[in-house]
Design a protein around this ligand. Structure first.
Ligand SMILES: *[C@@H]1O[C@H](CO)[C@@H](O)[C@H](O)[C@H]1NC(C)=O
Ligand SMILES: *[C@@H]1O[C@H](CO)[C@@H](O)[C@H](O)[C@H]1NC(C)=O
Ligand SMILES: *[C@@H]1O[C@H](CO)[C@@H](O)[C@H](O)[C@H]1NC(C)=O
Ligand SMILES: *[C@@H]1O[C@H](CO)[C@@H](O)[C@H](O)[C@H]1NC(C)=O
Ligand SMILES: *[C@@H]1O[C@H](CO)[C@@H](O)[C@H](O)[C@H]1NC(C)=O
Ligand SMILES: *[C@@H]1O[C@H](CO)[C@@H](O)[C@H](O)[C@H]1NC(C)=O
Ligand SMILES: *[C@@H]1O[C@H](CO)[C@@H](O)[C@H](O)[C@H]1NC(C)=O
Ligand SMILES: *[C@@H]1O[C@H](CO)[C@@H](O)[C@H](O)[C@H]1NC(C)=O
Length: 361
């Protein structure tokens, strides 16, 4: 009996220590930091606001920023995750977010739609707690309503992080108007997913879809503005994800750092500028080719800041699935590098997800 007792005690101890330390994560466990919801009420709000519905392949299709908005529902989202092999996704709302309501009803319209979207995303995370988390949508550029929404999402809805856009009605990240928002996010070491938006100058895309070329440059524009205004240096505790391989940042970083070192732009230290840019995370959505993956790895000096993103459903499954499957071969990544890209880098910036899923990090 005593030996049986002792061995049960040891088994119990082993179980407890496994719980305490969490279980190990499989290399292939994929966290998708970039996928979107399009609830029916949001689609209707966009149509009501005047976004065009055009015939595309015989289907009435809503367009935002010159790009078709795919059909979406929760069941289909989970089925797409299963098909792509995405284990966990942080949901967010793509551009234009609620920016198109900026200023209407003294800001109340944008705030109300943002809250409704957050409550809808909360419902999805409750329906699939081990598969879905969410990034809060904010009613920027309304600062007070934004501060309230951040607290609500992080403390009440237990969201994984916060979504922002490169600009909201022309207020770019880096603008000092956003300092109170950055101060709050910084104090909480929050993780922010920065989705590109249409640039705040009509006509830049010369009639083509904004996502094609303008979105990648928007990501660079936001990082550049945060550099030159000093906002990023000031609030460096925020984990910031830029999608699509950082736009064109890997290619332009040294050019921007060189220009920013000139006296008329503030004589910024080139090494420090590049270090600041390398402190961001970039996702793999539509950035899975050899050139894009090697550019990211070369830019960061490794794979420690690359996270998985799919941009589902705006990037349809037929395109997203083979893209995701090609990452290892195209990047010539080792299994430990794949573990970083698939989940380790994401778990580092989403400690709540690791905790929720019982993973040791
Ligand atoms: C979800 O979308 C799929 C594909 O568009 C469709 O077949 C299915 O009926 C939809 N489900 C619901 C509950 O709307
Ligand atoms: C992750 O997803 C893959 C593919 O769907 C599945 O085989 C695997 O069991 C999942 N892992 C966990 C821990 O759920
Ligand atoms: C949005 O931008 C327009 C044009 O600059 C400006 O008139 C309006 O006040 C802005 N709205 C908000 C809420 O900042
Ligand atoms: C969330 O779910 C609750 C309970 O099912 C429902 O009453 C509410 O309308 C849902 N909210 C949204 C925004 O979908
Ligand atoms: C924002 O909130 C602060 C503090 O609660 C208040 O002093 C300020 O007037 C508010 N600003 C606006 C534009 O509502
Ligand atoms: C830096 O942060 C402080 C405190 O929040 C703020 O007063 C200051 O304006 C910020 N400066 C920049 C350049 O963001
Ligand atoms: C730039 O910053 C780096 C690292 O902080 C430092 O070693 C270097 O001396 C600085 N260069 C100049 C010109 O100040
Ligand atoms: C792929 O990586 C391995 C291990 O680092 C290296 O030996 C090999 O040369 C690489 N292949 C290509 C095509 O870059």
């Amino acid at each position: 009996m005593p030996s049986l007792l002792a061995s049960s005690f040891l088994v119990l101890l082993a179980v407890v220590s496994k719980i305490a330390s969490g279980s190990l994560v499989a290399e292939s466990f994929k966290i998708d930091v970039h996928s979107h919801v399009v609830p029916d009420f949001y689609r209707e709000a966009l149509i009501e606001a005047g976004y065009p519905v055009k015939l595309l392949d015989g289907q009435e299709t809503l367009f935002t920023d010159g790009f078709p908005v795919s059909e979406w529902n929760l069941t289909e989202h989970i089925a797409a995750m299963d098909s792509m092999g995405a284990n966990y996704s942080t949901l967010s709302v793509s551009a234009p977010g609620v920016n198109f309501l900026a200023g209407q009803d003294g800001g109340l319209a944008a705030a109300a739609l943002a809250t409704k979207l957050n409550l809808a995303m909360y419902n999805y995370t409750q329906a699939y707690p081990t598969r879905l988390g969410a990034m809060c949508i904010l009613p920027l550029p309304d600062i007070n309503a934004t501060l309230a929404e951040i607290t609500f999402c992080l403390d009440v809805l237990n969201f994984d992080g916060v979504g922002m856009y490169t600009n909201a009605n022309g207020t770019y990240l880096g603008d000092s108007a956003l300092d109170p928002v950055f101060a709050l996010l910084n104090a909480r070491s929050a993780t922010v997913f920065v989705h590109p938006a249409a640039p705040y100058c009509a006509g830049a895309a010369i009639g083509y879809p904004d996502p094609m070329t303008e979105y990648p440059f928007e990501s660079v524009r936001a990082m550049e503005n945060m550099l030159l205004t000093g906002q990023r240096a000031n609030y460096s505790q925020i984990n910031m994800i830029f999608p699509h391989g950082g736009g064109v940042m890997p290619y332009l970083a040294t050019r921007i750092a060189g220009l920013a070192s000139l006296s008329f732009l503030g004589s910024l230290n080139v090494t420090a500028t590049l270090a600041q840019f390398r402190g961001y995370l970039f996702d793999t959505a539509s950035a899975t080719t050899v050139v894009q993956l090697l550019a990211m790895k070369e830019f960061f000096g490794g794979t420690g800041n690359i996270v998985t993103g799919t941009d589902y459903p705006y990037v349809p499954l037929a395109q997203g699935k083979p893209g995701l499957a090609a990452i290892q071969a195209n990047g010539n990544f080792s299994s430990s590098e794949m573990a970083q890209i698939n989940n380790q880098n994401a778990l580092n910036i989403f400690p709540g997800v690791a905790k929720k899923l019982g993973f040791a990090i």
